[in-house]
Design a protein around this ligand. Structure first.
Ligand code: ASP
Ligand code: SER
Ligand code: ZN
Length: 600
């Protein structure tokens, strides 16, 4: 509490400070050092306040979180404007140039300097994030929380109940925040323009070591590379859903009904693997969630297993504070933000995860995902403050997922979860690949479209009067899915996805899906693996761990192609590794789809 108050005083005190001198490279060095120190000092109490707010949502904690967000916004916008004044100063060092670009473009939602704007933006932003956290849908007419409804969407197979959950969640959580979202967009766009960007989306795209337009093109190129695989999976899955539910629920042609895919947002489909599993011979015969349940593993044990993987690569164990301060379970007596996240509260070793863990396979993978963030944070903690970040945000999202690709049947045997006799034989490879594809391939168009929607909202191509249509058009075009009931502009379905109210850019997850296979292919090569790629586990391989650490400890200090090269030898992000991993499945899907009219 003491440090929190002193930080408020600090920021208030310097808010009206005189403009910086912007004449020489030495002035720039000093400006950057001061900005960095100011951010570092503020970041700790800010994280503490956010932690308390997200693990105990009340009007009071919303108020304090909004106050801190206001102060942070004022500080960072002031720094961004000052940074712009150094843009043309000759002779800047590599690091000062790089940090000035971060200071200028690295604010997710910038407020304009108009008095009151930062406070309004912070209040609206904190409010809708809290609304999401406290959101409820219904099942059988009874209220059901966000984390429960997510799990139920994976388990329930009755189309009427699925529809009830889908509609209630989207209506209750999304629609009420529509007006606030429009206001948030308006304020942040004005802020971006003040900083010299055309809109917030252009600012987001400016953080990838290349011109913003080129980055947008790169994402489209990557999508074209992997899209054929998605089209095959869509076609096959639609056929299986039609067999299960019949023409009235899921027709043989056209888009797929969004609530039938085992996930509230139809973003990952692995939960309906049982519906699409190859008949008899190809089936894998186990589900990780069931194995954990059968052994009686609880959420804490699941986190210990995750830590064990990283330890096997040579990473030091998590600190005692991680175990004392993390939120693993949904508290019974208060509202929290259940959506999984990883935290580094003191920029050193106060690492935590915040989840509402359920014993199922989704959360087992998510634990590895979140821990990937924590080990990345720890690996780069010796870097200067403005480099305490991933090589780009896609790298940060990819590390834990890449590790989780090593959860193979043989790995499960080595940690005593699967009987050696139950390891699927080589003839079950297609089942294993299909199970992964349902999560990894299915996600790609969703990973792309969330920000296609936001980029469109920010640049005005999707007007506030057409939010819902813009969203559903993209869902149809990229994912080939439709909502179970007609939607109109009284709704706001994008608001029913965490990252929209929480203002977390989403292209990072699209990049991460691609990158994680590049990392995995490289690690398996380093490990000397010669079998089918998807059977490779680098569990216990300290040489892979050391090489991984070399990339992680770079943080954001170098352009991302340097980091990619450090671990994989390549400077290009590419879908080739992902295509190589799934190549046998592709051939098989083509055979299954033979004679069918694919597409929508
Ligand atoms: N932070 C993760 C995601 O949003 C959590 C999850 O997978 O649910 O990427
Ligand atoms: N964690 C991200 C999400 O939940 C991507 O999987 O949307
Ligand atoms: Zn993440």
């Amino acid at each position: 509490m003491k440090s929190a108050l002193s930080a408020i005083a600090l920021v208030t005190m310097v808010a009206g400070a005189p403009s910086v001198f912007a004449q020489s490279a030495a002035d720039a060095d000093k400006f950057v050092a001061d900005a960095e120190a100011e951010q570092r000092e503020f970041s700790v109490p800010k994280a503490q306040v956010d932690w308390i707010n997200e693990t105990y949502i009340t009007d009071d904690t919303n108020g304090i979180a909004a106050l801190f967000a206001t102060r942070e916004s004022e500080m960072r916008v002031r720094q961004a404007k000052d940074a712009a004044r150094f843009d043309k100063v000759p002779g800047l060092s590599f690091d000062t140039r790089r940090k000035i670009d971060v200071l200028r473009g690295g604010i997710t939602l910038p407020a304009p300097t108009t008095p009151g704007s930062a406070a309004e933006l912070a209040k609206v932003g904190t409010g809708i994030k809290g609304l999401y956290g406290a959101g409820r849908g219904t099942l059988d007419g009874k209220p059901i929380s966000g984390s429960d409804i997510e799990a139920a969407m994976g388990e329930v197979r009755d189309p009427a109940k699925l529809k009830e959950m889908w509609v209630s969640w989207h209506d209750n959580v999304g629609a009420p925040m529509r007006g606030d979202y429009a206001r948030m967009t308006e304020i942040a766009n004005a802020g971006a323009r003040e900083l010299g960007f055309s809109d917030v989306g252009a600012m987001w795209r400016s953080q990838y070591d290349m011109p913003a337009d080129e980055f947008a093109k790169l994402t489209d190129t990557l999508w074209q590379e992997v899209k054929p695989l998605y089209d095959d999976l869509h076609c096959y899955t639609r056929g299986k859903l039609n067999e299960k539910y019949g023409d009235a629920v899921q027709p043989k042609s056209g888009p797929i009904r969004a609530d039938l895919l085992g996930n509230m947002w139809a973003q990952e489909w692995g939960n309906i693997y049982d519906v699409v599993a190859p008949q008899g011979a190809g089936d894998i015969g186990y589900d990780v969630g069931e194995l954990l349940k059968a052994r009686g593993d609880d959420p804490l044990k699941m986190v210990k297993i995750g830590e064990g993987f990283y330890s096997s690569l040579g990473f030091a164990p998590l600190p005692a504070s991680f175990w004392n301060r993390s939120q693993f379970l949904k508290p019974a007596d208060r509202e929290v933000v259940c959506h999984a996240s990883a935290w580094d509260v003191d920029n050193k070793d106060d690492l935590r995860i915040k989840m509402c863990i359920k014993v199922n396979s989704d959360d087992f993978v998510t634990i590895h995902h979140e821990l990937g963030h924590n080990y990345y944070q720890r690996a780069y903690n010796k870097q200067p403050y403005l480099y305490l970040n991933g090589a780009n945000d896609g790298f940060h999202e990819a590390i834990g997922d890449f590790v989780a690709l090593s959860i193979t049947p043989d790995y499960l045997v080595s940690i005593g979860l699967l009987d050696k006799a139950k390891v699927p034989t080589a003839d079950k490879d297609l089942g294993l690949l299909l199970r992964q594809a349902m999560d990894k391939i299915a996600f790609l168009p969703f990973g792309l479209l969330v920000d296609k929607w936001r980029w469109g909202v920010f640049n005005g191509q999707i007007p506030a009067t057409g939010y819902e249509k813009g969203w559903n058009d993209l869902r149809l075009r990229y994912q080939g899915i439709v909502p179970p009931v007609p939607r109109d502009e009284t709704r706001f379905d994008p608001g029913a996805k965490f990252h929209v109210p929480a203002a977390v850019p989403y292209t990072r997850y699209f990049l991460a899906r691609i990158l994680q296979f590049q990392f995995y292919q490289a690690a398996c090569k380093q490990a000397g693996w010669t079998g089918p790629l998807h059977r490779c586990s680098f569990y216990g391989d300290k040489a892979v761990g050391a090489k991984l650490n070399a990339m992680l400890e770079m943080g954001a200090s170098k352009p991302w192609p340097d980091a990619l090269q450090a671990f994989t030898g390549s400077r290009e992000i590419s879908g080739k590794a992902m295509l190589a991993y799934f190549a046998p499945l592709r051939t098989w899907l083509k055979a299954q789809n033979k004679g069918k009219q694919c597409g929508w």
